[in-house]
Design a protein around this ligand. Structure first.
Ligand code: GBH
Length: 520
């Protein structure tokens, strides 16, 4: 009788359990060897903008302009002060259980003039200490060479609009590989070329605010691709055999979903993807190389209509195409959101002429039903992330991919349930793609800390750790999302039902210290 009841109960449990599994697994495992990290970028967190011999960068220049173009008038002069707090920061990373930490090197901190004539030893020491401390704690450094803070001197010479940037970048990279290449095994040459070129050169959304619409963003695009390829080949030929690392590029990918089922809107969404990320991924990762056809055609046609003698999109020569194609060991994807996209034949007065937006002739809008972050451009659309990963697998022959940024902004607070939900649903979308064959090696949360969010200053908070910017010590406190991420990393799995008590989050100092003492 008891035995019978036991058998019946067991089969009942199995049946219910199977039923749940076939709908949605509550706990999903990450693949063997999958790595978890968190990211920052030099200008956004370091502070110490003029200390120990650092030269100025274009972000120092922009934030020190009067009146300030930054929405809250702030600067990165102190930021999260990681320049001084690196050691205790590594302790926090260790408690979190990070496999790797992605950060960037400030070019003008180690080469104050931009060139290799003066190497600032104190700058070298800073990164060397950080890297050594990370390795001591079994956290792999993943280092970005360029995350938007060009030395001011090089901007005076035209910055990324000057083709010589390719050589300047190579000289800088040589110093970095010589100094740190024995310890660093993951390199990212350039963070988000589109944001550098379109936002910085073709509009006013980022430094150096050149705003030479329709012209400078394409010159920059060619120079960025060649700079990246140059440094890839430098590493591949001169360092890889002895340093044995990997080197790639990080591209920002937004998903553009057709706003309706018309052919026009599908075409507009496809054009938007090709302009936004195909412009940079296609030359490196496609079989044929070169800029995508739709980009070349659209810009050429518009240029002709406008009376230009040549396309405003510079030509890549056949040698350059070959040089760029294949110049990455992996593709870094930074991804945050999705936009609805439609075609509007008139575009009357909508965009400057000429411009990148006008060339693309697509209109992007938000969907009011999607959850909205603090940053106006950011909505949570996990299926869009899945579509990007799937598209990349199909279009570029399933390259090795690292998600080098993904994250959510709030206006503050430790109980960040919407961020927790964002991370979980995006990681679940990532697992869907992995289970269908996408070759995704790791995932990076943006950001480890609240930081200087470019034109938004400190209003948009992306940290899984809160930073108190009113506190001279810039106290860090783990948010609920940090607790959840820690459990994801510890268990190497995604448990949608894992709960963190709000009280635990609100008494954070205790938790952190206790964990630390126990040598977590
Ligand atoms: C990344 O940029 C940066 O690498 C990082 O430094 C930054 O702090 C982080 O993300 C958060 O912003 O759809 O026309 O409204 C993100 C780049 C900026 C790309 C906003 C998409 C939307 C423009 N994204 N952009 S629009």
């Amino acid at each position: 009788m008891t035995v019978n009841l036991f058998v019946i109960l067991c089969s009942l449990v199995l049946w219910v359990d199977n039923g749940v599994h076939s709908l949605q697994k509550p706990v999903r495992k990450f693949p063997e060897g999958f790595k978890f990290g968190a990211a920052t970028a030099a200008y956004q967190v370091e502070g110490a903008w003029n200390e120990d011999g650092k030269g100025p960068s274009i972000w120092d220049d922009l934030t020190h302009t009067h009146p300030s173009p930054i929405s809250d008038g702030s600067t990165g002069d102190v930021a999260a002060d990681t320049y001084h707090l690196w050691k205790s920061d590594v302790e926090l990373m260790k408690q979190l259980g990070l496999d790797f930490y992605r950060f960037s090197i400030s070019w003008s901190r180690i080469l104050p003039t931009g060139f290799a004539d003066q190497i600032n030893q104190k700058g070298i020491d800073y990164y060397d200490n950080l890297i050594t401390e990370l390795l001591k704690n079994k956290i792999e450094p993943m280092v970005t060479l360029y995350h938007w803070d060009l030395p001011s001197s090089l901007q005076k010479l035209g910055g990324l609009a000057n083709p010589l940037i390719v050589e300047w970048f190579e000289q800088y990279a040589r110093v970095v590989f010589d100094k740190f290449g024995d310890k660093v095994k993951y390199w990212i040459t350039i963070n988000e070329p589109k944001q550098i070129c379109y936002e910085g050169y073709g509009s006013t959304a980022k430094a150096p605010q050149l705003n030479m619409t329709g012209i400078a963003e394409y010159i920059c695009a060619k120079n960025v691709l060649l700079s990246h390829a140059k440094v890839y080949h430098l590493y591949d030929e001169n360092y890889r055999y002895k340093q044995n690392g990997q080197i790639g590029i990080s591209v920002s990918c937004t998903w553009y979903e057709p706003a309706s089922d018309t052919i026009e809107d599908h075409q507009a969404a496809e054009d938007a993807r090709q302009f936004d990320w195909g412009q940079y991924i296609h030359p490196i990762f496609s079989k044929t190389g070169d800029f995508p056809l739709s980009l070349k055609n659209n810009v050429r046609l518009r240029s002709k209509e406008q009376g230009f003698l040549r396309s405003r999109l510079p030509v890549l020569s056949s040698e350059e195409i070959v040089y760029i194609r294949g110049s990455s060991d992996f593709l870094g994807i930074n991804s945050y959101t999705t936009k609805l996209t439609y075609r509007d034949a008139s575009l009357e007065g909508m965009y400057p002429v000429p411009s990148y937006m006008d060339d693309m002739s697509a209109v992007m809008v938000k969907d009011a039903s999607w959850p909205q972050a603090q940053s106006s451009w950011l909505q949570s659309v996990p299926w869009g992330f899945y579509k990007i990963l799937t598209q990349v697998r199909y279009l570029y022959d399933n390259p090795a991919v690292w998600i080098t940024e993904n994250g959510w902004s709030t206006s503050g607070g430790l109980i960040d349930n919407d961020r927790v939900k964002y991370y979980r649903t995006y990681l679940s979308a990532l697992l869907d793609a992995v289970e269908e064959g996408s070759n995704i090696k790791g995932y990076t949360a943006w950001s480890l800390f609240d930081n200087f969010e470019w034109m938004s200053g400190y209003a948009d908070k992306f940290g899984i750790f809160e930073v108190d910017f009113k506190d001279p010590k810039r106290k860090r406190t783990p948010r609920k999302s940090a607790h959840v991420y820690k459990e994801i990393i510890r268990s190497r799995s995604l448990d949608m039902n894992y709960e963190v008590d709000d009280k635990t989050v609100l008494a954070p100092t205790q938790v952190v210290e206790k964990d630390y003492v126990e040598g977590y």
